[in-house]
Design a binder for this molecule. Structure first.
Ligand SMILES: *Cc1c(COP(=O)(O)O)cnc(C)c1O
Length: 449
């Protein structure tokens, strides 16, 4: 009981001079927490004594933790370029320099400077996007999941949407096409079998209630062997014949032919636009290499219907998103792909990667066992399922540590590598040149710790 009575009083404790430079409100709240803990520990007889200095230290430690940003920069040494867990696409620093003024000033987001009247939020980038993609109109929403939901809700509420059984995808984070469809109010009509769907399967399922033929990019899986799917081109033609909407949820949506023969596997958005589809949507931060956004392109009549849906208000994007997207798409229009890190990494040659690996190797070869190896990686982000691209990695070992231990030590330095064939690897596919010195410093620290 004596111990309980010696617990300091909150009002007095927070006046301690060690807290002088800190926010009183936060110190008070943390103090209450620490003292409450202390009380419980005394009652449970977990402790038999305590020092005031330790309590002060505990409060200050908590203070530091809570006031340090939780989102931190790290180095992606996994080799996966579009890594959803690691933030997907990078934005070039130059782009932020350009939009800094815009973000910290008022602007013409919804103001028509010529007419002096209310303007349209989405107007700023429609010209540049339509020029790049060759579409009639475009709409930008929060992400591609929003795009899918908005499109289904606008055109297929209480109506039927025909989708192949082979394309009822679940994407990471429990985004499931059948569930999204149900929540949007659309009725799913599954056709075909898991491995095979034919054009006549869609055609046979078309009724008075059909509003849309939808195709979904398989993203994170592929069906091999005895399998076939209907090409979007055929769906566009079928939809047109029956006067229903065709829509492709393309997922990653690349604008350029992919390297390493991956283009044979999936045509680009530009190729699809030549088919004059009703609607197509894709992510802003997968293979486009820009910010989180859902990009909906297609025919003007459909896009203007989407704009009238009340839901759009909930899915609309911020000025910063629009500004970054505008910068990135303009780079594409001008052919300056080096300004888009995702594309730069994707198109880096094995030789370029090898040069970076050598720089790193030279910096650590006298302190760590390391070897440059040619291996394979995936692009990630559900872009090209089961397809690999060549890459260069450095396998590293210090002090005879096991790969698991190496992975952990590097992770503690915010370098995320991977383990392959019992070796810890730093893969250079997604490492920026400016990060090599950081890698060398971190390795030295690990060796010296
Ligand atoms: C990734 C993906 C989505 C979700 O896109 P987000 O931009 O992450 O919301 C939807 N559909 C497909 C086919 C995808 O690959």
């Amino acid at each position: 009981m004596f111990l309980l009575k010696s617990i300091p009083k909150v009002d007095k404790f927070v006046l301690h001079e060690d807290f002088k430079e800190y926010s009183t409100a936060l110190i008070t709240s943390l103090t209450k927490e620490v003292l409450q803990n202390l009380r419980e520990n005394i009652l449970n007889e977990n402790i038999t004594e305590f020092k005031k200095e330790d309590l002060i230290l505990e409060v200050l430690q908590k203070y530091k933790k809570i006031t340090t940003p939780s989102l931190k920069k790290l180095i992606n040494a996994t080799g996966v370029i579009v890594h959803t867990n690691l933030g997907r696409s990078l934005i070039d620093e130059k782009v932020f320099e350009k939009i800094k003024t815009l973000a910290s000033s008022y602007n013409n987001l919804e103001y028509d400077l010529d007419k002096g009247k209310r303007g349209e939020r989405y107007s700023h980038i429609s010209d540049v996007i339509c020029r790049v993609l060759g579409c009639e109109d475009v709409l930008i929403v929060n992400n591609n999941a929003s795009a899918v939901f908005l499109i289904l809700n606008t055109f297929a509420k209480r109506k039927e949407v025909i989708v192949s059984r082979g394309e009822l995808v679940e994407i990471g984070g429990s985004f499931r096409i059948p569930d999204v469809m149900r929540d949007s109010g659309a009725k799913l009509v599954e056709v075909g079998a898991t491995n095979k769907t034919h054009l006549h399967d869609y055609e046979d399922a078309i009724t008075q209630k059909t509003s849309m033929l939808m195709k979904v990019h398989k993203s994170n899986y592929s069906i091999e062997g005895f399998s076939s799917e209907v090409k979007f081109k055929e769906l566009v033609e079928l939809a047109s014949r029956h006067d229903v909407i065709d829509y492709y949820d393309m997922g990653s949506g690349h604008l350029f032919d992919l390297p390493y023969g991956l283009d044979a596997y999936e045509p680009s958005v530009l190729e699809y636009m030549k088919l004059n589809p009703s609607l197509l949507s894709f992510s802003g931060d997968k293979l486009l290499g820009s910010v989180q956004a859902g990009i909906i392109v297609g025919k003007k009549e459909y896009i203007s219907k989407l704009k009238k849906n009340q839901l759009l208000r909930m899915l609309r994007v911020d000025k910063i998103t629009l500004a970054i997207l505008e910068e990135n798409i303009t780079s594409v229009l001008l052919g300056k792909l080096e300004d888009i890190p995702t594309l730069k990494m994707l198109f880096s040659s094995v030789d370029e990667l090898k040069q970076n690996a050598k720089k790193f190797q030279n910096g650590i070869s006298d302190i760590a066992e390391c070897q440059i190896i040619e291996t394979k990686t995936v692009i990630g982000g559900g872009t090209t399922p089961n397809r690999t691209i060549p890459t260069i990695a450095l396998s590293i070992k210090v002090k005879n540590f096991k790969p698991n231990k190496m992975e952990k030590l590097f992770r503690a330095k915010r370098i995320i590598g991977r383990i392959e064939n019992e070796r810890f690897l730093i893969d250079f596919r997604a490492i920026q040149e400016k990060e090599i010195q950081e890698l060398i410093n971190a390795t030295k620290e690990i060796v010296n710790d």
